[in-house]
Design a protein around this ligand. Structure first.
Ligand code: IFM
Length: 467
């Protein structure tokens, strides 16, 4: 779809942005007093990351902020969602603040404001300081207290200028891939025994929101959850049961406590799996259930679930790890897939938004899509990257979101305020290393040269025509 045609459907005042995360773009992992994170350690363990890639240089954004800001200015975005590297600011995860690390973000925020771009800062996008990781990471309640202390430092230093604060990014991914399947840092394959990591992250969210408020930040406070609509692979009772289980593991146990103040009530054969959560105290749930100024939602794809373990679709590390589970992800044969093998089913973005309204109703604050985008097999040829598949993905998904939230649409009760495309730049895609390109801007990982893709131009036109 042409950008100008889609622009006609964009609500007035809608905010467009781009999103990144510190560990995926910054590099400079040993500079200016930065400490190591669990991910630095994980990338050094043989066999963890595809092709043995590390994020030591990544996009070298730490040294190329000016160039990346110019790319954002030319794109015309209203807002930039970045994350702050916890070990850059608090190298040992304790009480000592690294002034040089904090100064990097202080300058970034000022530069964004000078460029007329609103800063949206994520406190935690997966880079736990290594000493905290070694002390149990999110299995240790102390990590939540430490995140709150870090939030207080950031709130005092940047609270007068950051427009939106996001406490956590995708706690579900951290728990499922980091503590359940062991394909992300810290590499623990605990399956359902990894669930306490979910509770401690949620507690960290609540404590951090309180700390930011106590620091008097001017910006809004929210959290980002990823949502995958889940469908059973067949009409069988088993598939339905495991689809329900996956929905709980992927979606509900994160969104329900944050928005409703309690974990989902699970009865029957699944109850035992969630005992570690349902036994948590009312005091903790009250901390987790903080008033939110907005809710951040990441959306990439739906999931089709069948009973029985076996080979899952998607990246092969994950597939192998998932074979230990009593269910599997099925493919969507009638739909195209991304380079990651994720199904492209744009109408399910509308379903994802509708599920928020159905599940959370009045409890749902204004919503921002804090990530959406796709990895493609991008090729740089004659100085150009003709990524039509990314343009189609973005256009299809945005159209589905506007249709669902328009008056008369199934999610019309949602106050959808903005959209951040993942991502500004090709970057370090966790266990997949540099093999998956999500950027609007192509990065040559040898020379670090940036080349805007066709999708960058399409997004630029969409933003310009929406004004
Ligand atoms: O790159 C990640 C990001 O860090 C979190 N959300 C999903 C993206 C694509 O996998």
């Amino acid at each position: 779809m042409e950008a100008e045609e889609l622009a006609l459907r964009v609500p007035k005042g809608f905010r467009f942005g781009v999103a990144t995360a510190a560990f995926q773009i910054e590099g400079a992992v040993r500079e200016d007093g930065r400490g190591l994170s669990g991910w630095d350690d994980f990338t050094r363990q043989p066999g963890r990351i595809l092709n043995g890639d590390t994020a030591d240089t990544a996009d070298d954004h730490y040294h190329r902020v000016a160039e990346d800001l110019t790319l954002m200015k030319r794109l015309g975005v209203d807002a930039y969602r970045f994350s702050i590297s916890w070990p850059r600011v608090i190298p040992d995860g304790g009480h000592r603040v690294n002034a040089a690390g904090l100064a990097f973000y202080d300058r970034l925020v000022d530069q964004l404001l000078e460029a007329g771009i609103s800063p949206t800062a994520t406190l935690y996008h997966w880079d736990t300081p290594l000493p905290l990781e070694q002390a149990g990471g999110w299995l240790n309640r102390n990590t939540a207290e430490r995140l709150a202390e870090y939030a207080s430092v950031l709130g005092s230093a940047l609270g007068d200028r950051v427009d939106q604060w996001i406490t956590l990014n995708e706690p579900a991914t951290v728990t499922l891939l980091g503590y359940g399947l062991g394909v992300h840092a810290p590499g623990k394959a605990l399956l359902f025994d990894g669930l306490p990591s979910a509770h401690h992250q949620l507690l960290a969210h609540g404590l951090a929101a309180q700390a930011l408020r106590a620091a008097g930040v001017k910006g809004g406070i929210g959290v980002t959850n990823v949502h995958m609509p889940v469908v059973p692979a067949s009409d069988s009772a088993e598939d339905a049961l495991f689809a329900q289980l996956f929905d709980l593991l992927q979606n509900r146990i994160y969104a329900d406590p944050v928005l409703l103040g309690h974990y989902p009530e699970v009865s029957g054969p699944l109850a035992e799996i969630f005992a570690a959560l349902s036994e948590q105290s009312a005091e903790d749930l009250a901390i987790i259930h903080q008033p939110l100024d907005f809710y951040g939602l990441n959306y990439y794809a739906p999931a089709k679930i069948a009973a029985g373990g076996g080979i899952a679709t998607g990246n092969s590390e994950e597939a192998a790890a998932m074979s230990g589970l009593p269910f599997r992800l099925e493919s969507w044969p009638d739909h195209p897939v991304t380079a990651f093998d994720w199904p492209v089913v744009p109408e399910y973005f509308g379903v994802a938004l509708t599920e928020q309204v159905e599940r959370y109703g009045q409890a749902l604050p204004p919503v921002y899509i804090t990530e959406n985008g796709t990895s493609c097999f991008d090729q740089l040829a004659d100085g150009e990257v003709a990524d039509q598949a990314r343009i189609d993905y973005l256009a299809g998904h945005l159209a589905a979101a506007f249709e669902a939230t328009a008056p008369g649409g199934p999610a019309s009760a949602m106050d959808l305020r903005g959209y951040y495309c993942w991502s500004l730049l090709d970057n370090f895609e966790w266990a997949a290393g540099y093999s998956q390109r999500f950027g609007l801007v192509y990065v040559d990982f040898e020379t670090l040269t940036r080349t805007p893709k066709k999708s960058y131009d399409w997004y630029r036109r969409l933003i310009a025509a929406s004004r």
